[in-house]
Write a protein that binds this ligand. Structure first.
Ligand SMILES: [Zn+2]
Length: 455
C-alpha cells in the first residue's frame, strides 16, 4: 500500500526507535503498548499520505459568497489537527476573492473532508471525549482521553466540546418541537412489529439538582431546582424459568426537562409521538401523587391514556392514615394497614375509602389524626380513577413507578449530584442532552460518526 512500509522503515528515525522498543518490551502488556505506538505512527503516515494525495488533485473553486466571482488559489497553506492517532498535518490550497472581498479564506479540501475552519481537534476525538463526559467528571474524561488519544487533553477542552455538542442536540430538539407545534407530522421511531403491538407506559417524577445561585458565579448558596424525568417504554411479558410471568421494559426512552409545566408537556408529548403513542394498542401513565405531574397528565395524556397511581406511594399514604387513626396502638394499626393494602391491591378501593369515612365518623378523634385521615381520604378520592389495581394487574401493568425511580438515579443522581457539583443552566442542559442522546440510542447520530467498529 502506497509503498509505505519500506519508505517508513528507512527514513523515519522515530519509527526505528519505536520498533526497537517493541523488540525490547519484556511483558505482554509492555509489548502491546509499544506496538500500539508503532501503529499510531503508521496511521499518521497513512493519513498524511492520503491527505497529500487529495490536496494535489485539481480544486473546483466555488464562487465568492459576496460578489459571485470565481475564487482564486493563493497557493498551499498548512493545517494541523489532533486526531485519535496523534497530530496530523497537511497542506491544502486556499483561495480568496480576486475582487478583494473581505471574506475568510476558503479551503475546499477541508470542506470536502467535513473539517470546520477553527477546531484543532478532529471530530472522533471530540465525540469520544463527550462520550466519556457522559459518565465521568470533565477532568477524569480529559485524563482518560489523554491516555489513549492523541496526547494531553485539558478538561476545559472536553467541557467546550460538550457545550458545542449539547447545544447542537438542543437545536435538533427545538426543531422537532417546532414541527409538532405547527401541527406537522413527526415520524415515529422505527419499531419492529413485535414492539409495536406492546402496551406503551409513560411515567414521570421530579428530582432536585444543585445549581449555581447566579449564572457565571460559582460562589454563594446552592440553588436547588427540580428536573422532571420522564420514562417511556413498551411493556413486554416475560416468562421466567420458574414459570412466573414478569413485565420487562423494552424500547426505553428518557426525557429530562429543567423548567415548568409549559416546558415539560411538549417535551413528553414529543417523545410520546416518537414512541408511537397514537398507534399503541394501550397506553398507561404511572406516577406518584405529585400534583404538577397529574395536571400534565390531565392536560395532554388523559384522553388516550390510563392513569395509574404508584401503588407503593398510595400504600405509604394509607400507613400514615392508619397510624393517625389508631394513634399509637401499633399492632392494631399494622393489621389494619395490611388489610387495607390488600384490599387496595385486589381492587376494592371503594372499601378502603368507606373505611376512612368510618374513621372520620368516630367520636372524639384528635384533631391532628382527623386532619391526616381527611388528607388521605381526599388524596385517594382524587385518584379514584387511578387506583383500580386489580384491573391493571390483570392487564400486566406494573404497579410501582420503579421504572421512573431507576431512570432518575441513572440520568440525574449519578452524574449531576457529585460532591461539590453545582451547575449553570446551560451547563446542565448541554450535558443532560448528551446523556439523553446516549441512553436513547442517538449519540452517534448526533456526531455523525459511527464510533463503534461494528457499524
Ligand atoms: Zn468577491
Amino acid at each position: 500500500m502506497l509503498g509505505l512500509f519500506d519508505s517508513i522503515r528507512d527514513d523515519d528515525p522515530l519509527l526505528q526507535y519505536l520498533l526497537r522498543a517493541v523488540e525490547d518490551a519484556p511483558s505482554l502488556t509492555a509489548l502491546v503498548l509499544a506496538t500500539w505506538q508503532v501503529a499510531r505512527v503508521l496511521a499518521v503516515h497513512l493519513l498524511e499520505t492520503v491527505l497529500a494525495e487529495r490536496a494535489r488533485q485539481p480544486t473546483a473553486w466555488p464562487p465568492c459568497p459576496a460578489c459571485g466571482a470565481s475564487l482564486r488559489s493563493k497557493g498551499f497553506a498548512p493545517r494541523q489537527m489532533t486526531s485519535l492517532v496523534g497530530l496530523i498535518r497537511w497542506q491544502r490550497r486556499v483561495g480568496r476573492c480576486p475582487q478583494g472581498c473581505a471574506i475568510p479564506q476558503v479551503a475546499p479540501l477541508d470542506e470536502a473532508l467535513g473539517v470546520q475552519p477553527h477546531p484543532r481537534t478532529s471530530g472522533e476525538v471530540q465525540a469520544l471525549g463527550c462520550a466519556l463526559a457522559v459518565f465521568v467528571p470533565f477532568a477524569t474524561a480529559a485524563r482518560l482521553l489523554g491516555w489513549y488519544g492523541g496526547g494531553a487533553v485539558s478538561s476545559r477542552a472536553v467541557w467546550c466540546w460538550v457545550q458545542a455538542a449539547g447545544h447542537q442536540a438542543t437545536t435538533h430538539l427545538q426543531a422537532d418541537l417546532d414541527t409538532v407545534a405547527t401541527g406537522d407530522v413527526l415520524p415515529p421511531e422505527p419499531l419492529t412489529a413485535e414492539v409495536t403491538a406492546l402496551p406503551l407506559a409513560l411515567g414521570a417524577d421530579g428530582v432536585m439538582v444543585p445549581f449555581r445561585p447566579k449564572a457565571g458565579a460559582p460562589q454563594g448558596k446552592i440553588r436547588w431546582r427540580e428536573i422532571t424525568v420522564g420514562v417511556l417504554a413498551r411493556l413486554r411479558q416475560h416468562r421466567t424459568r420458574t414459570g412466573q410471568v414478569v413485565t420487562r421494559l423494552a424500547q426505553r426512552r428518557l426525557v429530562a426537562v429543567l423548567g415548568d409545566i409549559d416546558a415539560r408537556t411538549p417535551r413528553l408529548w414529543l417523545e410520546a409521538l416518537r414512541q408511537g403513542i397514537q398507534s399503541a394498542p394501550q397506553v398507561v401513565w404511572l406516577s406518584d401523587g405529585g400534583r404538577g405531574l397529574w395536571r400534565l397528565f390531565e392536560e395532554r395524556f388523559a384522553r388516550q391514556t390510563t392513569g395509574v397511581l404508584n401503588f407503593y406511594h398510595a400504600a405509604q399514604q394509607r400507613w400514615q392514615a392508619a397510624a393517625a387513626w389508631l394513634d399509637g396502638r401499633t399492632p392494631q394499626a399494622r393489621r389494619w394497614f395490611a388489610w387495607a393494602r390488600h384490599r387496595l391491591r385486589h381492587g376494592l378501593p371503594d372499601g378502603v375509602l368507606a373505611d376512612l369515612e368510618d374513621a372520620l365518623a368516630v367520636e372524639g378523634m384528635p384533631t391532628t389524626a382527623r386532619d391526616t385521615v381527611m388528607t388521605v381520604y381526599a388524596y385517594l378520592a382524587r385518584h379514584r380513577e387511578h387506583i383500580n389495581y386489580e384491573v391493571y394487574k390483570a392487564l400486566g401493568l406494573p404497579l410501582g413507578s420503579g421504572m421512573v425511580e431507576s431512570a432518575c438515579k441513572w440520568l440525574i443522581q449519578q452524574r449531576f449530584k457529585g460532591v461539590g457539583m453545582r451547575w449553570s443552566e446551560d451547563g446542565f442542559n448541554h450535558l443532560v442532552h448528551l446523556r439523553l442522546a446516549w441512553v436513547n440510542g442517538r449519540f452517534e447520530a448526533l456526531f455523525g460518526v459511527p464510533l463503534s467498529p461494528n457499524q
